[in-house]
Structure formats: structure tokens, C-alpha cells
Design a protein around this ligand. Structure first.
Ligand code: HEC
Length: 104
């Protein structure tokens, strides 16, 4: 697992200068697998949460309410150093508890 993370970071760093040179940042998403459900806040969640690991971490998580998702998002920020601002964190928690809330 840690190995995958390191590999992803290295790949990200290696591709950064190229993208900056072209002035275009493009990402290729896997066809279907790993996609988040559509909904308000999906894009910011994808951008913020896919930096370090796949969104499978989200989709495979047991469904939970707002408190659970706020806990997850706070952990990513405080423990793992995810660079996510307050406003984005709020939108993400809202999105996750709506689309991946209890009973979804
Ligand atoms: C700075 C890197 C980073 C970012 C950005 C990040 N995560 Fe994580 N995430 C991690 C690491 C590291 C783990 C633990 C991986 C492991 O256990 O192998 C993890 C694990 C998880 C897990 C598994 C359960 C757990 O608590 O360990 C979930 C769910 C999760 N992340 C959700 C998110 C969500 C939602 C976001 C966006 C708000 C996010 N992550 C953004 C680094 C990050």
C-alpha cells in the first residue's frame, strides 16, 4: 500500500514539468472504475482526494453520516497533510455525506 502511494507521488512529480511546459494540465481517468457519483462537490472531491490515493478509498468505505465523513476528511488534512482549505473541506464533507451517506 505504501509502495503504491510512493509510486503515485513519483509519477506525479515526474509528469509535472511536462504539463507546466505545455501550459495544460490533463489527467486521464480510468474508464469506469474508481469514479465518484455525480453531484455537487464531486469535482472538488475528486481533485482533493485523488492526490494521494484512488477514490476507491472513498467508494469502498462503509457508508456513514456527516460526522463520519468529517472525521475522515479531518484525518486526511491533519494526519496526512492533505492540502485542503476550509471551504473545500466543507463542500467535500457535504458531498460525501450526501452521496455516500448511510443507506446509499
Ligand atoms: C496527502 C495525501 C492524502 C490526501 C490528499 C487524501 N488522503 Fe486519504 N489517505 C491518505 C493515506 C496516507 C491513507 C492511509 C493509506 C493506507 O492506510 O495505506 C489514506 C486513507 C484514506 C481512507 C481509508 C480509511 C482511513 O482512514 O485510513 C479513506 C476513506 C480516505 N483516505 C479518504 C480520503 C478523502 C475523502 C480525501 C479527500 C478529502 C483524502 N482521503 C485525501 C492520504 C491522503
Amino acid at each position: 500500500m505504501a509502495r503504491t502511494l510512493v509510486f503515485r507521488l513519483v509519477a506525479l512529480l515526474a509528469s509535472a514539468p511536462l504539463a507546466a511546459e505545455a501550459g495544460v494540465v490533463s489527467i486521464t481517468l480510468p474508464s469506469d472504475q474508481g469514479a465518484l457519483k455525480a453531484g455537487t462537490g464531486m469535482e472538488v472531491t475528486q481533485r482533493a482526494c485523488q492526490m494521494c490515493h484512488s477514490v476507491d478509498y472513498i467508494t469502498m468505505q462503509p457508508r456513514g453520516g456527516e460526522a463520519q465523513w468529517r472525521g475522515v476528511v479531518n484525518k486526511m488534512i491533519k494526519v496526512f497533510g492533505a492540502p485542503i482549505g476550509d471551504e473545500d473541506a466543507r463542500v467535500i464533507v457535504e458531498y460525501l455525506s450526501r452521496e455516500y451517506g448511510a443507506g446509499r
